[in-house]
Ligand binder design. Structure first.
Ligand code: DGL
Length: 268
């Protein structure tokens, strides 16, 4: 029987999933969280499916071993290609992911049924967003675009730099030409580019921030499964990573929007 005071396990290929943690901290302030970032092996967005599946299994084993009550796949790339593996490995722990949350939100807010999706090459090649959106509503048209340069630009802190703006203009041109009415930010890093992307996409296009929509989905799931922690309880946060590279603290705190405190290095 699940323990309501157990933490939520959130995981990602690296530091980017802290955007989801940030949204969870705001949406569910009483919940404890263990974050796992595979900083030694990031990026996943350009790796093959079997490799990502294998890494995902290792992460799930770690978090399930820590006794989490809910697993949240913050990494779009892992959700795109390893969701069946993750579900199998989760040993009955409920699993939510950013693709489910982002797809549902996009279908709900799209006024004309024309949705753009941006993400890493692996996410876009998997077609996972388009498949899920079509399962929810087969009449919707989906236009996808891989944006491989966004991850390094965000990690460089170039959130509103002319180079990033120019890159965004190039990437979004074909998607905007299709008259999309909404744009799913299908990568952990893209919420940090939201202000700039809003500018480039223009006021007609609604942005779907998968971090925020995942926090909403988590709140619903905890309520439905009677797993929510009692209001007023003080949350505990742990940040576990496989490497602590140079500038990790600075970059991590940019994603989280607050101090990270102590970072634990996991030795497999
Ligand atoms: N976390 C990845 C995602 O959301 C981006 C970074 C990576 O390529 O590993 O797709």
């Amino acid at each position: 029987m699940a323990d309501n005071s157990a933490p939520i396990g959130v995981f990602d290929s690296g530091v980017g999933g802290l955007t989801v943690v940030r949204a969870l901290m705001e949406r569910l302030p009483h919940e404890s969280i263990i974050y796992f970032g595979d900083t030694a092996r990031v990026p996943y967005g350009i790796k093959s499916v079997p490799t990502i599946e294998h890494f995902s299994e290792q992460i799930i084993d770690f978090l399930v071993g820590e006794g989490v009550k809910l697993l949240i796949v913050a990494c779009n790339t892992m959700a795109a290609v390893a969701s069946a593996t993750i579900l199998r490995r989760a040993a009955g722990v409920p699993v939510l992911d950013v693709i489910e949350a982002g797809s549902r939100a996009a279908v709900k807010i799209s006024p004309n049924g024309a949705i753009g999706v941006i993400g890493t090459p692996t996410t876009i090649n998997s077609n996972a967003y388009a498949r899920r959106i079509h399962e929810l509503d087969s009449s919707i048209r989906v236009f996808s675009q891989a944006c491989p340069l966004f991850v390094p630009l965000v990690e460089e802190g170039w959130l509103d730099h002319p180079v990033t703006r120019l890159t965004a203009n190039e990437y979004l041109k074909p998607v905007l030409a299709e008259q999309v009415d909404s744009l799913v930010l299908g990568c952990t890093h893209y919420p940090l580019l939201k202000a700039m992307l809003r500018d480039v996409a223009g006021p007609r296009v609604r942005l779907v921030d998968s971090a925020l929509t995942t926090a909403d989905l988590a709140a619903d799931c905890l309520r439905q499964q009677d797993l929510a922690r009692q209001a007023g309880a003080a949350p505990a946060y742990r940040f576990c990573v496989t490497d602590i590279p140079l500038r990790f603290q600075t970059i991590g705190e940019r994603f989280l929007g607050r101090s990270l405190g102590r970072i634990e290095k996991v030795d497999w």
